[in-house]
Design a protein around this ligand. Sequence first.
Ligand code: ASP
Ligand code: MG
Length: 402
Amino acid sequence: MSLIVQKFGGTSVKDAGRINHVAQIVTDTYKKGNNVVVVVSAQGDTTDDLIAKAAEINSHPSKREMDVLLSAGEQISMSLLAMAIEQLGCPVKSLTGWQAGFETDANHGMARVRTIHKERLENELAKRNIVIVAGFQGLNRYDDITTLGRGGSDTSAVALAAALHADLCQIFTDVDGVYTADPRIVPGARKLAEITYDEMLELASLGAQVLHNRSVEMAKKYNVNMEVVSSLEDKPGTKIKEVTTVEKLLIKGVARDNDVARISVTEVPDEPGYAFRIFSALAAKKINVDIILQSIGRAGTKDISFTVSRDHKEEAVQLLEGMKDTLGCKDVLCEDNISKVSIVGAGIATNPGAAARMFEALADAHVNIQMISTSEIKISVLINREDSDKALRAIHDEFIPG
Ligand code: ASP
Ligand code: MG
């Protein structure tokens, strides 16, 4: 007998019709002889609606009370789904996060799962009950309700799969898997049969919003067999695992991130210590820097450019403007009409030609590259925002055979 964790997101349980459909998927899995633990999100826009309700009453509610409020959304879904499953004649019990044993740290609104006390869950499974668990919630050690951050139900599901040593953790969503690019922009984008945890983490952080980042980190750490599948159609999705074997693709995806601003400090003295001064000042303000580029010195000065997320750009510019005298630089410039376009693939590390192919595709599409950064499994370029659609298509066509 296998143990399968199935997670259904907000769209998959948004109304009675969808809930009945989910009940069908769950009971089919159960009737095949599997034990099933189901994790649900709040229905449709419930979480956003609750946030709006709170704002009508108090513009600065305590995080504790926000968690009490938001955790209610998942409780609605879990009971409704349980009722739908009762209707289909299978034994079922819904449990809140705390009934299911989720202990988290005390960080309201962004809590991390500490441990799962499994006794209750194991008892229910031993009785051959289908167990439905409210996602996104737990209890801290002061017995206060916590939530795991937006999109956190994915993480609840993976945490349960890890704790219970489940054979499979299926994340059902309204897309049918992980794609090589956003199909709305790149017509040739196609669904991947498999992707590694590391590749998925890179793509998720680059804005491919299929999975909560933390859920993938956790799946990697505990080696959870994970799969993204459609809750609408019965067809294979994308498997997320340590190494991929089915498709021999050099890269698994092309992604765009518009949340970047480029800051340049010009004519900094070409002497030791200046990069240190700039970046330690930014770090002290907890401003995260991504790509860094320093020009070679000319006439005793050099330019230093770097990127930050857009919500940090004003703070970074102000900070450096204030340091102009100590830095002895000329200008602090900021540009945010830019995009970061990246290719991601475990094969990049062992394939020296990947960068050249990417740059050639961009050259052929007449796209100018402003900055470049590389890592083991990713190559990113900074380009003009207007060029980013055609850049995505050109790079995708180069690497992913149609
Ligand atoms: N309901 C929560 C949210 O909307 C958690 C989730 O859906 O995963 O963020
Ligand atoms: Mg989600």
